[in-house]
Design a protein around this ligand. Sequence first.
Ligand code: NAP
Ligand code: MG
Length: 493
Amino acid sequence: MRRNGRNGQDGQATQGGVWQYSPAPEAREIVKLQPRYGLFINGEFVEPRSGRYFETINPATEEVLAEVAYADAADVDRAVQAARHAYEQVWSKLPGKERAKYLFRIARILQERSREFAVLESLDGGKPIRESRDVDLPLAAAHFFYHAGWADKLEYAFPGRTPRPLGVAGQIIPWNFPLLMAAWKVAPALACGNTVVLKPAETTPLTALLLCEVFQQAELPPGVVNIIPGDGQTGAWLVQHPDLDKIAFTGSTEVGRLIQKAVAGTRKRLTLELGGKAANVIFEDAAIDQAIEGIVNGIYFNQGHVCCAGSRLLVQESIADLVIRKLRRRIQLLRVGDPLDKNTDVGAINSLPQLRKIERLVEIGVQEGAELYQCDCTLPNKGYWYRPTVLTRVSTAHTVAREEIFGPVLSVLTFRTPDEAAQIANNTRYGLSAGVWTNKGSKYLEFASRVRAGVVWCNTYNKFDPASPFGGYKESGFGREGGVHGLAAYVAF
Ligand code: NAP
Ligand code: MG
């Protein structure tokens, strides 16, 4: 347990015997928040026909950041019409090398404005600046660069075939990687000659709206991308719109199911990126300290708000005590707090409903017999916070081993043999990702070939590259984003 903090010689407090860094907040002045944001339709910010606005808050402080226009069915229709017009009159007629120029411009402007975007992402969603600065922004820009490169080479991606765009894509994204998910959706659609109507998540619309400024700066033709904030109902109206050729959705399995039903029997093509319950497996021959860092990165950074988070730790029985001891020690050293502080490891939970969901699932875990261990750091008084948590004595029947928690909560299970590890890893309705830690190449290749997951990381975790396709098996969805496979989701032959 934590030793009580006391002041060191230079006045800095120690916590758990560790020297604390002085606060190092990133300046937020770089972000110029507007009191109100409109819908982005046909290249301009416009008032919503709904006449409605909703607030988006900073989950670390509960401060209202701005009011954002709410798109109703009439607004959705206006956005789809703008996208259709842009598709028919402009975008589908441009040669690939011209489309590429716009994508390159967007990528470069994103790089130039990356600090502004990173600060806004952390303000609106609660994720640590270290993550938004070092992960979200570089990857979002890389995604535009990568797809810019393909725009005039699509016939090489599909040799012997003639890829054509699909038309207008309706895209719906979640709150955990707001800008990055927008980039994952918009870049391949545009590279392949489609136009877009995108709905960001209700709690994190601001970076998608700032991206609209980038589209204006890049002089992207009006209507090629339209962004319409709103809630789940806005998403449902978008899915139901008859004049769309494609729906791309990232979010929960529950909503994915509703969407699949809604598009059944229509001409709309569909890709779904849904939930996950990844197994992160440590064999007894692994480099244990390195594995601990990978596990911590896989579940605690970004508050576990990652669909591919390594939320189930499978540890070989012979090293279980040692790993759990090291893990407990390590989570006491996590810095939880102000997302804008550059030292912060774990930021705020994205919303109050999400916090309640995490609390409820952990409570069920304890009732079902799991042993609870938490980081006993001091949490801020305002905002939504959850302590990094380890649940041990978990078995595959437990709710916390089956349900997606989407919070900084790790459920630890043990196994004896490689066979048993693969069997437990596959004992889930999801199949998005997995991790394996061992110093034997044969062992991780064997594991990777047996586990039913879209991505398997070996001796690392949560590594992304736009050239590498990402997506799930089973109830984690279908279709891939990134790489040539991701392009295939936006073309017809
Ligand atoms: P969610 O409730 O499914 O919401 C995702 C998006 O869908 C949001 O924009 C949401 O709008 C909208 N939506 C809600 N109901 C809808 C409906 N009936 N029709 C159309 N759209 C609707 O998911 P979430 O809780 O925000 O996000 C967390 C989930 O996303 C987790 O399960 C996670 O695993 C998954 N995820 C998956 C991936 C992946 O690549 N596989 C990546 C990130 C996250 P509102 O925000 O306004 O409700
Ligand atoms: Mg917000």
